[in-house]
Design a protein around this ligand. Sequence first.
Ligand code: GCU
Length: 325
Amino acid sequence: MTLALGLSACSAAGAPGGQDERTVLRLALNQAEGHPSYIALQRFDGRLQERTEGRLAVDVYANETLGAQAEALQLVSDDIIALAIVSGTQLENLHPDFLVFNMPKVFDDVEHQLRVINDDAIVGDLYTSLEERENFTVLGGFTQGSRHIYTSKPVTEPADLAGLKIRVQESPLHLAMVTAMGGSATPMAFGEVYTAMQSGVLDGAENNEVSYVTQKHFEVAPHLSETNHLVGLDYLIVNSDTLAGMDDQDRQIFLEEWEATSLEHAELWAEATEEAIAEAKAGGAQFHEVDEEAFAQALEPLQDRFLTTPSQQALFDAARAAAGE
Ligand code: GCU
C-alpha cells in the first residue's frame, strides 16, 4: 500500500515549490458516500480548490478503501496520506486524555459537545498532544451524535442484553461500557460489523441512527433501543509535517475552510439523523424506549474506574462546566 500511494501530498505540474504547484491531500474515511461526513468533506475540497485556485485539494477515500481507522491513523502518522477522520476511541489508545470525551454522559447533547470541542482553552493542549510522538495534529471534530444499542430482538433494560454479543469499537472503555450495560462486548472494526451481524457472529452493535442506516445495519438488527448512552466524536487528523509545510496563506485558507466544514457538518448531521430514523422505520426497523434510569445507573461506576489522572479529571470537569450554557 505504501508504494502504491506514494507521498501524502502529491505535487504535480508547476515550478517546484512555487505557488502554482498542486497538492492533493488524501483523506481516509470509513463512511459511505451518503454519510454527512463524506458530503461535508467533498464541499471542503470544493471550497479549498476554489480559494487556492487549485493549489490545494482534498481527495476523500470513502468506505475504508485505505483501511480501517487504526490503519488510516498509522498512514497519517507515517506521512503516507495527509488526513483521516478517526473516532475518539482510536486516539484514546494513543493518549489517555482522549478517553475523557469517549465517556458516556460527558456531553449532554450535540450542542454541548460542539461547544467543548471548539473551545481552544479546553482542547488546545489535547489537540497538539500527539504531534511529537505520532506526528499528527488534531484539527477538530465531527459529531457522531447520540449512540444507541441495536440488536435482533427488543431490548428495554440491561437484563435484556444478557448473553447478547454486541460489537464495540476497539476501546477498553467501550468494552467496559457495554459489559456494564449487560451485554457481551466484542471489539471489531466498523466495516466488518454488517457481515458479522448477518452471519450471527454478533447479535448487535451500538451506533448512531445515521450509521445504522448508511451501513444498512437496520436490515440485520431491526430493533433499536434508544439508550442514548453517549454522544460520540470523530476527529480530523492531519500529518503535522504536511500542515507545517503548507504555504502560509494556503494554510490559513485550509484552517478557515476546515472550520466552516465542521460547522456545516453539524447542520447536515441534524437533518441526516431525522432522515435516517424515517428510512430505518420505513425499512421495518422498530425503535424502543428504554429504562433510562437503569442504564444510567449501570454506567455510573465507569467514571471512577476510568478517570484516573488529574489531567483526565480536569478535562472532564471543564467539559461538564460547559454543559447547559
Ligand atoms: C461512527 C463514527 C465512526 C466510527 C463508527 C464505529 O460511525 O462516525 O468514526 O468508526 O461509528 O462505530 O466504528
